[in-house]
Structures are given as C-alpha cells and as structure tokens.
Write a protein of this length. Sequence first.
Length: 350
Amino acid sequence: MTSSHRIVRAAAIQIAPDFERPEGTLERVCGAIDEAAAKGAQLAVFPETFVPYYPYFSFVLPPVLQGAPHLRLAERAVVVPGPVTQAVAERARARSMVVVLGVNERDHGSLYNTQLVFDADGTLALKRRKITPTYHERMVWGMGDGAGLKVVDTAVGRVGALACWEHYNPLARYSLMAQHEEIHCAQFPGSLVGPVFAQQMEVTIRHHALESGCFVVNATGWLTDEQIRAVTPDADLQKALRGGCHTAIVSPEGKHLAPPLTEGEGMVVADLDMALIAKRKRMMDSVGHYARPELLSLAINDRPAQTTVPMHPTQPLVHRSPDHDHTLDDAAARQPAADDRTPVLRVAAG
C-alpha cells in the first residue's frame, strides 16, 4: 500500500449552454476553463453532453415532433477529432489543466453521448461513449461499447468517467474501480426531472466515492427560464426541465468537500488530498483485500463495436459467437464469454 500527499484542486462547473449560436457553448467552455485556472484548478469537469447542449427536447416532446430539433443537434454536434476538440485541447494545454468534457459526438449518420478527457498537455487521453442511453435518450444517441470503460493516467492522477445513469450499472462502475481510479468524473444533464433527481444523484455519487475509495467530481448543467421556454412553451412540461442540479465534489470518505451547487451558474472548487485514498482503502479496498474473485468476478468485452469484420484467404479459422452476429478470431474466441462461470477479472488496459 502506498500513500500520496499530493493535493489536486478540482473544479466542477455548472453553467448553461448556448442554444442560439453553434459556437457559443464552446466559447463558454473556454471561458470557464480560464476562470477555473484563475482559481488554481488543475482539473475541470463539465456537464453531460454540454457541447453543443443536452437534448432536453427529447424528454418533453413526442417522437413525431423531434425531427427538427434532432437534426439541428446533429448539425451542431462534435466530430472527434475536429475543430472543437482542437480548441479545447489548446485551452487545456495553455492552462495546464485536465479537462473532462461531455459532447454530442457525430460519427457519420449517428450521434453518441461522448465523454472526452484532455490531459494537461492537451492530449486527448480518452474518448468514451455512454454504453446505454437512458429512456428518452435512445431516440437521440446510439449505443456505446466497452472499449471506453478505461481509467487513464493524467497529470492529476488516474481518471475515470461515467455519464448519468451509467452510475446505476454496478458492473460499469466496478470496471473502473478495478483499474484503480483515483478521481471519478461524473456528468449529469441537470435542469431535469425535478428535485428528486438531485437527491438521487447525491446518493449515487457519494456511494461511488465510498465504494471505489476515490474522489468524485460531479458536474450538472443549468437552464435559464428563457431556455426552458425555448424547449417547450407548455407550462406543465416546463416543470420537467427544472431541478435536478447537484454539482459537487466528494471525498473517498463520502464527504462533501465544498457546499454543492443546486441552483444557478457557478463552480464548486475543492482541494483533493490524495492521501485520503489510502486511508479509505486501508479499511475497505473493493478490488483488493475486500474482493473475493474466486466467488464474484467481472468479465469485460473491451473490443470496439464493429459493423463489419474483414475476411481474407490467409485469415485464421473464425468462430461464430453464440451471443453476437460478428465473428471472432482465435484469440478473441478464447476470451471468456459473459456467461462463463470461470472466475475471471479482465479489464481494459489503463
């Protein structure tokens, strides 16, 4: 067991997007990075799919009325890599800051809920897609895959990320725990569902901090009254676009390190004493001395999703997966299936 007495200053940012100007939200991101840097932050976390904005329309509009706003979102979505990622990378490098940003990613004809982790030198350290969009979101985004369930080494430590209700998938969370994440970056849309969403969120992030023995930096978005009216003029439906904000920073002991932000724009800034990780894990390490891999284990398919598999005359014998339509080569076929009863813990390299 090792302990670190490093101190990392983190900023969880709660701001509103720009619905009107395609470049407006990106400008807000860069401005917030500058503001966080002025406060001494080394890590900045933004809300879920903040660029260009979360698809709030999908929560209150019936499918027959979603065509126009969905197309508008697609037109403004982020191509990775592209001009948006280049701008954020340059700002991260200029401020020597690790930046975790949620974007709507456009990959040809599909959109994805994507989390981007930029290291302090501007390198894009991780691009991952939300593995299963929730409820109304399935009208907007495609499914992600296990290739992004990775923890990455950054200037502030080992960083992992999940979006919104992915935190209710205990195996997704465990896959990051098993890679020994030190700082977990959580992102939620905010301005959604009402106060109960914020209450549930607090339970969720504090539980993950305790269970993982890591810090959690959580960012939620904010909508102004004018923006809510722009999404829907229906006063009853507008109630569904308020509340649900709980921007916060939690220690490995499950404690808030600063008062959470539940209304309005702003940022929560706190110092993370990395020695608290060893303090927590000395008593309960869920992937170490507290684990029982011979009884309970996790198998992960960490290969990127593919719609085609090339076949060549010299290609080795292929095997048909019983659970998937694609084919697997010999090496992949030897990997344990998800329902294999053999105890195994296999995680993506991080």
